[in-house]
Design a protein. Structure first.
Length: 352
């Protein structure tokens, strides 16, 4: 019998979510988390709680060998205590690294109960808090995947070329900390990750398969945090972009904030370094977060989604999908205040 993603399926809660923001996602793609909260809470009518008291999971410091294991477990315990106090059981972190941290912590607590007891003791001594472990742990891309058919039923735009009626060709990129650390925790495991492919297919798009589909984007905390190592990071993204370019993808979608940022911004770097672009007609390949992709399908304004923050111009994709947009409001923030406009670049300058 052929193995498929369904052999690696996991249960995802349908409602009552405790949401933990991502420290880097808010900086790279500030509109994505706001869109997620609106999609789940308003468009889909689910109960979701955003708690201003939660903090960073400290995952970058942990993977950079700065934050000790005992400390990060105490931080995780505090996050769970906030969820417990709010009366929720379904924990959904926005960040892929956080998802890996929570999965790793729960796994270690299962295998080594004394580590859980130590975390409980440290938390209580430091804050007087106690906690229950989540009944369900899912990444926010899992939640969008879970509701993908309901989103499809409300769609204003599909992942289809509005002029030709043909499906858009979409590259999906799965964050390493989602599928590769604890494969059983992600939909489809490491061999058949389906969390993004399922969204694309349900919303009318065609998933592009290409040789470096499962290759890392190159983020790697030590690669990027240490300036001298950044060549390793850009080389990884370059390898992926070179591999996908012949298949002429209309856009890339990622479920990790770091992956989306690097696949977008390294295109600018490569274009400046050597004049190479990977998209059609000498342009870049637009890179979307899954929240932005869902938002476009549901008819959100692209600038409300924060897509003006991308290095690669998104207008060619919007026009293919038939998504209306106002060029004059692209760089206007809240209350119509001008937020500044970047200098034109090979991949970021777009004129009709």
């Amino acid at each position: 019998m052929k193995t498929t993603w369904k052999d690696y399926q996991k249960d995802i809660a349908d409602d009552r979510y405790y949401y933990a923001r991502s420290c880097i996602r808010q900086n790279f793609f500030p509109g994505s988390e706001a869109a997620f909260l609106n999609i789940i809470g308003n468009d889909l009518g689910r109960n979701i709680r955003e708690d201003a008291q939660h903090t960073s999971c400290t995952g970058i410091g942990y993977h950079g060998d700065i934050v000790p294991l005992e400390t990060i477990m105490t931080v995780v315990a505090r996050q769970f205590s906030l969820m417990t106090e709010a009366g929720y059981e379904n924990f959904i972190p926005s960040c892929i690294t956080s998802f890996g941290i929570y999965s790793e912590t729960l796994e270690m607590w299962h295998d080594f109960p004394e580590m859980e007891e130590q975390a409980r003791e440290y938390l209580y001594k430091a804050t007087g808090r106690e906690f229950k472990k989540p009944k369900s742990l899912a990444h926010t891309s899992d939640v969008i995947f879970h509701h993908r058919e309901e989103i499809a039923a409300k769609a204003k735009h599909l992942l289809v070329n509005a002029e030709t009626g043909k499906p858009l060709n979409v590259v999906e990129h799965i964050g390493c900390h989602y599928a590769k650390i604890f494969p059983k925790a992600g939909i489809g495991g490491s061999e058949f990750p389906y969390v993004l492919a399922g969204m694309i297919e349900s919303w009318g798009g065609n998933v592009v398969d290409y040789p470096e589909r499962r290759h890392c984007c190159g983020f790697g905390f030590r690669n990027y945090l240490v300036q001298a190592n950044r060549g390793y990071s850009v080389a990884n993204s370059k390898k992926k972009l070179e591999s996908m370019a012949p298949y002429k993808p209309d856009f890339i979608v990622a479920n990790c904030p770091g992956c989306a940022m690097f696949l977008d911004k390294w295109q600018y770097t490569v274009s400046e370094m050597e004049g190479t672009t990977y998209g059609q007609n000498g342009q870049g390949i637009p890179v979307l977060t899954y929240e932005e992709m869902a938002g476009l399908v549901l008819g959100y304004d692209p600038w409300d989604l924060g897509m003006q923050m991308h290095q690669v111009a998104v207008e060619p994709l919007l026009e293919k999908m038939g998504v209306p947009y106002d060029p004059s409001t692209k760089y206007l923030g809240k209350n119509g205040k001008f937020i500044g406009q970047p200098e034109p670049t090979a991949i970021g300058c777009y004129q009709k």
